[in-house]
Ligand binder design. Structure first.
Ligand SMILES: Nc1ncnc2c1ncn2[C@@H]1O[C@H](COP(=O)(O)OP(=O)(O)OP(=O)(O)O)[C@@H](O)[C@H]1O
Ligand SMILES: [Mg+2]
Length: 354
């Protein structure tokens, strides 16, 4: 069983969109295995899509937030703030089966919904991490790992694949998400700030600073001291790169620079990469490296708007007219568009190991 985090230190690069698309398709193609999505973002975009999209998804989310305790990540966090160092084993009680709210989602997909309350809780989570008992930092940073263990016990299942959607900020809850993850999927777009954000990921998580003597990230230092696992880079994903078509040359340069940067990390720190699939040897050439760690997701244009607004995964979306709540006219999804987009998501999911 593997836990994947979608994270980049930049917003709007497709973390939530990919969590939704990838987890749904993965659940569909692994119907004999439970799949868990943990939404560790206060914006809860992935949850909203999984719960039915614009309108119904948001209403469902509100209803889950109004329960006592909240049936969201914040409900779980509250139980851990009350018992920071002893796992109360409550993790399993906050999950919901997404298909009960959105019939477009496979029955084996379970969700721990996101919650705006996370933002309000973060200072109390930080207070639990320090000061406290000697090992407080570590014990707080494994709250999400504890949760996954709780779920495995309750379900009596070892084989759970977990996808975590993260907030772009390197906040305490992002640290908790990453501390529970084995594989890191870094979506990026083709602009200068994406390049800086990828560098920030490398520095914040792996202590890879470009200038010798630069301050090291406290998370990196603490995780080394506490022997806490850090996720390894599984994929870096160029998402909707063609949206920058107008400035083709500029975007190609950025994509190449990001590729070079990650390649140089591989050459100096191969241990921060998650070599996959199992049994595969380390890539010996640049092209084998690209094949293993790099992926490109197409810009889905109208189909993405329809898919996320209606909570219908792209791989099950039908061609034709779709009515989006609040839109003056129906949106049309062409079969020719889907014929390109669906295999692209399916290919990506094929490379995600259980
Ligand atoms: N491949 C794609 N094709 C078309 N639209 C996309 C694609 N990927 C993402 N989008 C759209 O881009 C916008 C930003 O994506 P998303 O919300 O997933 O980014 P994010 O990284 O989660 O942002 P944040 O950091 O704010 O959480 C959304 O409107 C989403 O539907
Ligand atoms: Mg998001």
């Amino acid at each position: 069983m593997t836990t994947y985090a979608f994270w980049n230190n930049k917003s709007g690069v497709g973390k939530s969109y990919l969590t939704f698309q990838v987890a749904s398709e993965y659940a569909k193609t692994h119907s004999n295995q439970p799949v868990l999505v943990i939404d560790l973002c206060p914006q809860a975009n992935a949850s909203s899509m999984l719960l039915g999209g614009m309108g119904p998804g948001d209403q469902n989310l509100d209803q889950l937030c109004n329960q006592a305790p909240r049936k969201t990540i914040s409900g779980y966090m509250e139980s851990r703030i009350l018992s920071p160092y002893i796992n109360p084993a409550t993790g399993g009680t906050f999950l919901i089966q997404a298909s009960q709210y959105n019939k477009n989602i496979p029955e084996n997909l379970f969700l721990l919904p996101g919650d705006e309350q996370l933002e309000m809780q973060s200072s109390r989570v930080l207070n639990a991490a320090a000061p406290g008992p000697t090992d407080a930092w570590r014990m707080v940073h494994i709250w999400i790992s504890d949760l996954i263990e709780d779920v495995k016990k309750v379900w009596n299942q070892k084989n759970i694949t977990v996808f975590i959607d993260c907030n772009p900020s390197f906040s305490i809850y992002t640290e908790l998400a990453l501390s529970a993850s084995d594989g890191l999927i870094i979506p990026f777009s083709a602009d200068g700030s994406s390049k800086r954000a990828v560098r920030a990921v490398l520095a914040l998580l792996y202590g890879i600073t470009r200038v010798p003597g630069n301050q090291q990230s406290p998370f990196y230092l603490h995780s080394q001291q506490s022997r806490l696992q850090i996720p390894k880079i599984y994929f870096y994903v160029g998402n909707r790169l063609t949206q920058f078509k107008q400035s083709a040359q500029a975007f190609r340069t950025v994509v190449r620079e990001i590729g070079n940067e990650i390649w140089s990390v591989w050459q100096n720190n191969p241990n921060v990469f998650f070599v996959h699939p199992p049994g595969q040897g380390s890539p010996a050439t640049r092209s084998a490296f690209n094949h293993m760690f790099q992926f490109e997701i197409n810009d889905a244009n109208t189909a993405s708007v329809v898919s996320s607004s209606l909570g219908i995964p792209l791989t099950t979306l039908a061609a034709g007219k779709h009515v989006i709540p609040g839109a003056a006219t129906p949106s049309i999804v062409n079969q020719s568009q889907l014929d390109k987009l669906q295999p692209n998501i399916r290919d990506f999911v094929t490379s995600i190991m259980p």
